[in-house]
Design a protein around this ligand. Sequence first.
Ligand code: EPZ
Length: 418
Amino acid sequence: MEKILINGGKKLKGKINISGSKNSTLPILFATLLTDDQATITNIPSLTDVDTTIMFLNFIGKNIIKRGNTIKTYPSVNKYKHIAPYDLVRKMRASILVMGPLLSRFRKVCISLPGGCTIGARPIDIHLNAFQKMGAKITTENGYVKTFVRNRLKGTMINFKFPSVGATENVMLSAVLANGDTIISNAATEPEIEDLANVLNKMGSKIIGAGTKKIIIKGVNKLHGFDHAVIPDRIEAATYIIAAAITKGEITLQKVLPQHLRIIIDKLKKCGLYITETENTIFAKWIKELNPQNIKTEVYPGFPTDVQAQWMVLMCLLKGKTSIIEENIFENRFMHVAELQRFGADIIINGKTVKINGVEKFSGAPVMVSDLRAGAALVLAGLAAEGQTIISRIYHLKRGYDMLEKKLKQLGADIRKI
Ligand code: EPZ
């Protein structure tokens, strides 16, 4: 199994391009099931989750080709399948986004229950309740959820008990071809939702309010092809800014949208990091010892749960200073704590909160990745640690970080695969 070896202690310095957003690319790829017309999508990141989605769409019957950072889909020659097998859904939870398009276009879909993952149970009740409200019949047997609708999904009022990102996307992907209007209240407001709505509107849909808590989707009869460039990955960008802070370096991020990281930038400025921005760049430079900032993860525009692990590493190295992190989105997203303690971190878990006592330094250690963002935190810890760090199970990283070693090497890190 491939591992990453890092000789830590190098200040990062230089500039890198931020790649397209993983969490915007995936729903947009599923949206291509809503039409047989050609679509061209650019600024696609090279990630295993993207490859998994392409494989899945090919399995379903979509003619889809990736060349570099561009994906083209073509009219499909064969009938679509309506099933999402367990081994696929287990590998990538976002596979559940196949439900919306297949249900609205072909009126039926059979999908394996996604099962939990390391960060939590991750049920899909909000998705299923919404489809039922739109007229779908749902049965569950031997680990599969069979969903079908006799005629056509009907537009309706849907009020989410929690602003689920995936459920908001799944309802948008189904309501676009429903009969009548659908109004989602308490919708997720993440930038990736807006990006998906922009694509669906390019396809001929009529969606207003994406990015706010109330989204109105007018059902139409047919959707056509589109060209679209995926928005930059705000989580990747946040990870690299923290990498500059933690190694006391300086970094220029290009091809980024600062407004999507507003809370991260504001929090880091409060810590004492020097940050300036233009329309599509962010410059961050360590100029003095940082002070801690407590965080509570929340839905957008609050502090993103996907940056919680990376933030924790930074707080761990603020010598003699205490900070608190509260994780409110997932019930088990502290898997990285035990691994950080191997570097010498002083962290106490208390339910959904951790208390961090900043230490002077980390010593390099062999560690293991549990999930995608925890993996990023371990890389950050290795960059800051004195001595050698060896990170195993790095396949998690390939799911969400495009050219991670290459970009870090470009910034002066001593990192390589072994
Ligand atoms: C999306 O996952 C992201 N994934 C996650 O990023 C991200 O952490 C999450 O949103 C929150 O921002 C993609 O976009 C592909 P949710 P999603 O539905 O849609 C509960 C990463 O690292 N819930 O907003 O699955 C759920 O258990 C990944 O890139 C229900 O209870 O997130 C969780 O506690 C990790 N019932 C909370 O809501 C449901 O039907 C947030 O889940 C759905 C969700």
